[in-house]
Ligand binder design. Structure first.
Ligand code: F6R
Length: 614
């Protein structure tokens, strides 16, 4: 989704802004732009549809000198991707330039009012309305930029992270946020701005996260001043970033997605580290310990999430119900927020999100908190909005995920949910001691088993060549592997643009089996489980209709080898941990098919890494 970079200091701003835009490319975008105040106090805006490289080409012969600037990658919401719709947007007199993430919902009304006052517009964006409104207010009230932004933000409805600079005022950036993240990097006599920390981390690890409805005045050589839109001054703790630069580099891999798939043995160790004791016998999560009574007495758990995180939530449902005997509902945050759900004070709401910034999840959290539920976040990005808006939580600690298609964040989410289920079950006495120890023991074997699966990457690549030109795919799984069927299908859709659907295997005969013919690849997860025989029967039904079976099986499963057209053999594990293994070959299959099709694997079309608008 849209990305923001800003710089004010003593260095040339342009190279920092361009590098920052490259760092933000992973979020998904369709145009980019930069605004700079040069040494003669001229405010110049350069924009280009397409990639940051297109912007660089366009700006090559332009004057881009200056030590203050703002830059943006746009993911179209209002108006198609085009030069005109790209940010920054000038105000009418071209004395202000503004970049914006989010959506101004009442932009149409404001636009009409401004047109009636003689303003004209050059784009279809809501953002241009905001910058014109700020200029109008500034001129009307004869106030400074900060005051004008403050008044304007009191008039807009919607979500924003903005940065504004002003011709003739090369010493300040005004930045503000509501429901869209914004972070200020604190250097020595210089400051950075980012919609996340990735454009900042190579210059400073000290950051301040703005809260909703806060405006910052960022001046060279002065500590940033922060006020609310109702003019209350705020102070903020300076936080230390956990991110490091190597997480932002491909490290020899052709794509971030492949790097992140291969990082999983390490990321899962990090995720478990400090939570499973050195003897490997006990799991402790501080977020659970601190609120033990809440979890022990919970009448229900509601899991809210979107996309891949929602699939992790479905696995959470199986885990919490099996081990903790607490009823669980798993909800799409986008649906939950707009119906009138029954939420009780003794419900626990678990919000799962890689980015911690997903607009729908944030809105659902707000609703749950208002209804008195205890809200627990499972997030990856430290300091992001969800951890700051929940009562407690656990980070997944898998490092910065850049590939738009989530891989390592998913397995880390499932690992955290597994540890949560074990910890709660222990407190509630709903798990047998031997089973508890045996699952914890096996959980620690997962990273090395994933390493073994990763060695099959070339074998999976060969398999992928057979199916690269398939038009459709069906993914089947049951029990703990039903969510993996959904997740495998989503991975393929996202990065290869092949239509794929996941189903619980036994549901096929209730309709979808009509789709099966000798052209239909069916990826069937048929590893050991209590219902293995039933899964095999479901696969027989597909085979009888000439579907082409690609089976994920446990090593040495002769029955399935005889039945499947193709198979990938993976190590066996405890049934409840199987998703951590079965997800890996499906990530690799999607990856290799997408590469065969020459797709933009890390930045698939139309997608954004962090969905900060609803
Ligand atoms: C798919 C994917 C998305 C996200 C979804 C939620 O690979 O990454 O489906 O899972 O947009 O995002 P987060 O987890 O950041 O809330």
């Amino acid at each position: 989704m849209c990305g923001i970079v800003g710089y004010i200091g003593f260095r040339e701003a342009y190279p920092i802004l361009i590098k920052g835009l490259h760092r933000l490319e992973y979020r998904g975008y369709d145009s980019a732009g930069v605004a700079i105040i040069n040494d003669e106090n001229k405010l110049s805006v350069y924009k280009a549809k397409g990639r940051v490289k297109d912007l660089e080409d366009y700006a090559r012969d332009k004057n881009v000198t200056g030590t203050i600037g703002i830059a943006h990658t746009r993911w179209a919401t209002h108006g198609e991707p085009s030069n005109a719709n790209a940010h920054p947007h000038y105000s009418q007199s071209e004395s202000l330039a503004l970049i914006h993430n989010g959506i101004i919902e009442n932009y149409a009304v404001l636009k009409t009012q401004l047109i009636n006052k003689g303003y004209s517009f050059h784009s279809s964006t809501d953002t241009e309305v905001l910058v014109q409104l700020i200029e109008y207010i500034k001129q009307l009230n004869k106030c400074d930029l900060f005051a004008a932004v403050q008044i304007a933000l009191n008039q807009v409805v919607g979500a924003y992270a903005i940065a504004v600079i002003e011709k003739g005022n090369p010493d300040q950036i005004i930045a503000a946020r509501k429901s869209s993240p914004l972070v200020i990097g604190i250097g020595e006599g210089e400051f950075f701005l980012g919609s996340d920390a990735s454009p900042i981390v190579e210059y400073t690890k000290k950051v301040v996260y703005l809260d909703d409805e806060e405006i910052a005045i960022i001046k060279r050589d002065e500590d940033p001043k922060i006020f609310t839109i109702s003019n209350i001054e705020r102070t903020h703790e300076v936080k230390e970033l956990e991110m490091n630069l190597s997480q932002l580099e491909r490290g020899g891999y052709p794509h971030f997605m492949l790097k992140e798939i291969f990082e999983q043995p390490e990321t899962l160790k990090n995720c478990m580290s400090g939570r499973i004791n050195v003897e490997g016998t006990n799991v402790t999560l501080s977020g659970i310990i601190d609120h033990k009574d809440k979890f022990v007495n919970a009448k229900r758990i509601i899991i809210i999430a979107c996309g891949t995180s929602w699939h992790a939530g479905l696995i959470g449902e199986y885990l919490f119900e099996e081990f903790c005997r607490i009823p669980v509902e798993v909800e799409y945050a986008s649906e939950f927020r707009y119906r009138n759900p029954v939420i009780c004070p003794d419900d626990i709401v678990i919000a799962i999100s890689q980015s911690g910034e997903t607009a729908d999840s944030l809105a659902a959290i707000e609703m749950a908190r208002k209804a008195g539920a205890f809200v627990y976040g499972v997030c990856n990005v430290v300091g992001s909005s969800i951890p700051r808006n929940t009562d407690s939580g656990s980070y997944t600690h898998c490092g910065h995920e850049i590939g738009v298609a989530s891989t390592k964040a998913f397995t880390a989410q499932v690992t955290v949910l597994t540890m949560m289920a074990l910890a709660i079950a222990k407190e509630k006495n709903t798990i047998d001691e031997d089973n508890y120890h045996s699952i914890i023991g096996e959980l620690q074997n997962i990273p090395s088993k994933i390493e073994r699966i990763l060695k099959l990457s070339n074998e999976i690549k060969k398999l992928s060549l057979i199916f690269t030109y398939a038009q459709n795919f069906i993914y089947l799984g049951r029990g703990y592997n039903y969510p993996i069927a959904l997740e495998g299908a989503l991975k393929l859709k996202e990065i290869s643009y092949i239509h794929a659907e996941g189903y619980p295997a036994a549901e096929m005969k209730h309709g979808p089996i009509a789709l099966i013919d000798n052209e239909m690849p069916v990826v069937a997860i048929a590893t050991n489980s209590a219902i293995y025989e039933k899964v095999v029967s479901n696969i027989q039904e597909i085979k009888a209709r000439k579907g082409r079976i690609i089976a994920i099986i446990n090593e040495g499963d002769e029955t399935m080898k005889a039945l499947a057209d193709h198979y990938v053999e993976i190590p066996a594990t405890d049934e409840c941990l199987d998703p951590l293994l079965t997800s890996i070959p499906l990530q690799l299959l999607a990856y290799h098919i997408a590469v065969n099709k020459n797709r933009d694997v890390d930045m698939p079309r139309n997608l954004a890494k962090s969905v900060t608008v609803e």
